[in-house]
Design a protein around this ligand. Structure first.
Ligand code: SF4
Length: 239
């Protein structure tokens, strides 16, 4: 490798370090730089890197617009607005809950209100945050009436949106919050008490299931198992 190649590699590494510094305390996992790209001059390489992330940001924006206009299932009839999701691309963790509640439906963001603030506490305890290195969404994007569980047909109608989000966002690990998300993501009918506490594979990614924050607020006995699940999640990220 000649001097210009070395400079290209060093410049690229510097941009990634700066990006990681802004986004959070941990280095982001990335695919290795193709040798051909690394051998180009720094300016075209950086431009190409920015274009790829830019393309995915645009694709995510278009997907969110599609979700906001969706009427594929009856849940569209009772919503104030659909709630696509929030967070960063290439997150360390993608949190997946079951569906928007009343506050989420009103504000258009997932996990807001007391359960959302509690989830933020959980994330902070393992050095994560929705602003820096997490993406948060739900299995269904529209509020089920009376906060009932989403019906299987509603989950199936909404499933392609979640799958496209996972593909676009590219998390390292998935955290399923609550029974509905855990059962859907593991294709299992086991209760959350049996699905939590171990690592699963989901869409080719490591996945941990735990109780839903709103359930833990009602049942303090679940705090300890949640902490065990969060430690498991952190250990997967750190390995
Ligand atoms: S829940 Fe999903 S499939 Fe149903 S209307 Fe909302 S976005 Fe569309």
């Amino acid at each position: 490798m000649n001097m210009s190649h070395e400079f290209a590699g060093a410049f690229h590494e510097l941009t990634l370090l700066a990006e990681d510094f802004v986004r959070g305390p941990y280095r982001q996992q990335r695919e290795s730089v193709p040798e051909q790209a690394a051998q180009q001059s720094p300016e075209p390489f950086v431009a190409a890197h920015t274009a790829v992330v830019g393309d995915r940001s645009e694709a995510r924006r278009l997907l969110e617009q599609e979700i906001l206009a969706c009427s594929l299932c009856p849940l569209s009839g009772g919503r104030t607005q659909a709630v696509p999701g929030v967070g960063v691309l290439d997150p360390l963790v993608m949190v997946i809950g079951e569906g928007p509640g009343a506050e989420e439906d009103r504000l258009g963001a997932p996990f807001v209100g007391p359960a959302g603030r509690y989830l933020d506490d959980w994330l902070r305890a393992i050095e994560l945050s929705r602003e820096a290195n997490v993406y948060i969404t739900n299995v269904v994007k529209c509020r089920p009436p009376g906060n009932r569980d989403p019906e299987p047909a509603e989950i199936q109608a909404c499933r392609p949106y979640l799958e496209r989000q996972i593909e676009l966002v590219r998390p390292r690990v998935i955290l399923a919050a609550g029974r509905v998300a855990a059962q859907f993501l593991t294709s299992s009918e086991l209760g959350i008490g049996k699905l939590r506490g171990r690592e699963h594979r989901c869409y080719g990614l490591p996945m941990v299931a735990t109780y839903h924050p709103s359930g833990v607020l009602r049942n303090p006995d679940w705090r300890r198992p949640v902490w065990e699940d969060l430690k498991l999640l952190r250990s997967i990220l750190d390995r």
